[in-house]
Design a protein around this ligand. Structure first.
Ligand code: IPE
Ligand code: IPE
Ligand code: MG
Length: 239
C-alpha cells in the first residue's frame, strides 16, 4: 500500500461536536486536543514522517474574544503537558504561521518546543498556528521584494524553489494527503501553495471523534488514488 510521507489535517468540527452534546464550544476544543494527542501517537506508528495540523488560522481572530483566549490557553496547555512525551517519543516539533501576532509567552513556548526537539527524527509534527496561506505568501513576497531592492537577489532568478524557500514550510516536503474533518469541503486558507498536488480527503466525522480507524480509512482512500502531477497514468505511458 502506498503510504504518504506527509499528512496535513484540518482539525475541524470541535464546536459542532460540543453543540451536539449540549456542551460549550470550549469542551469541543478540549476534546479536540485529546484527538490530536491520539492522532500523533497513531501516526508515530506508521511510516508517515510528517504531520501538519491546522490549529488556529489567521482568520480565527474573527471569533469572539473569549474563544480566541480559550484557544490560546489550550495551545499553551498542550505544549506544557505534552512536550516531554513528544520529545521522549522522538517527535520533532515545528511551528508555522505568523509569530509576530502572538503573545510573548506563547512565542517562548513555541521556541522552547522547537529547540528541545530539534534532534528528533521519528515524526515531524508541524503545528500551524496563526497560520494563513495568503498571509504566508504575502510575508514571503515582502522578503523577496526587500532582497531585490537591496540588490541581493535578481528578480529573474525567482522560481518556484526560491518562493518555497521563503515560505514558513521551507525545507519541508509538500503534503501528499490532506484530510479535513467535519464535512466541510474547502481549504480555509490552509497550505494553498504546498497542497497544489495533495490528495484531498474529506471525512464527515467531527475532529474530536477522529480515531485510528479514520486515519486508516484516509490512508486506504489515499492508496487507491492515482497521482499524476499533470502527466499521464502509468498505463497511459505504456499505450
Ligand atoms: C476547529 O473546530 C478548531 C478551530 C478552528 C480552532 P471549530 O471551532 O471550527 O468547530 P466548528 O467548525 O465550529 O464545528
Ligand atoms: C479552519 O477551520 C481552521 C482550523 C481548523 C484551525 P474554520 O472552522 O476556521 O474554517 P471555516 O471558517 O469553516 O472555513
Ligand atoms: Mg470550523
Amino acid at each position: 500500500m502506498t503510504t504518504p510521507t506527509h499528512i496535513a489535517i484540518i482539525m475541524d468540527g470541535n464546536g459542532r461536536w460540543a453543540k451536539a452534546r449540549g456542551l460549550p464550544r470550549l469542551a469541543g476544543h478540549r476534546a479536540g486536543v485529546e484527538a490530536l494527542r491520539r492522532t500523533v501517537r497513531a501516526v508515530s506508528g506508521t511510516p508517515v514522517r510528517w504531520l501538519t495540523v491546522y490549529a488556529f488560522s489567521s482568520e480565527n481572530w474573527a471569533r469572539p474574544k473569549s474563544e480566541v483566549f480559550d484557544l490560546m490557553g489550550l495551545l499553551k496547555l498542550y505544549i506544557r503537558r505534552d512536550l516531554a512525551e513528544l520529545h521522549q517519543s522522538g517527535v520533532r516539533v515545528h511551528v508555522i504561521g505568523d509569530r509576530d501576532g502572538l503573545a510573548k509567552d506563547i512565542c517562548a513556548l513555541l521556541a522552547e518546543a522547537e529547540t528541545l526537539t530539534r534532534g528528533n527524527t521519528v515524526l515531524n509534527l508541524v503545528i500551524a498556528f496563526n497560520y494563513g496561506g495568503r498571509d504566508e505568501i504575502v510575508r514571503a513576497m515582502r522578503e523577496l521584494a526587500e532582497s531585490a531592492r537591496r540588490g541581493d537577489i535578481d528578480p529573474e532568478s525567482i522560481d518556484e524553489a526560491v518562493v518555497s524557500r521563503h515560505l514558513d514550510t521551507a525545507g519541508m516536503p509538500d503534503p501528499d494527503l490532506l484530510i479535513r474533518t467535519s464535512g466541510e469541503i474547502r481549504l480555509s486558507n490552509f497550505l494553498p501553495w504546498q497542497a497544489a498536488y495533495s490528495e484531498l480527503v474529506f471525512l464527515p466525522c467531527y475532529w474530536p471523534d477522529f480515531s485510528a480507524e479514520h486515519l486508516d480509512e484516509a490512508l486506504r482512500i489515499y492508496a487507491a488514488r492515482e497521482r499524476r502531477f499533470g502527466g499521464l497514468a502509468a498505463q497511459g505511458v505504456a499505450s
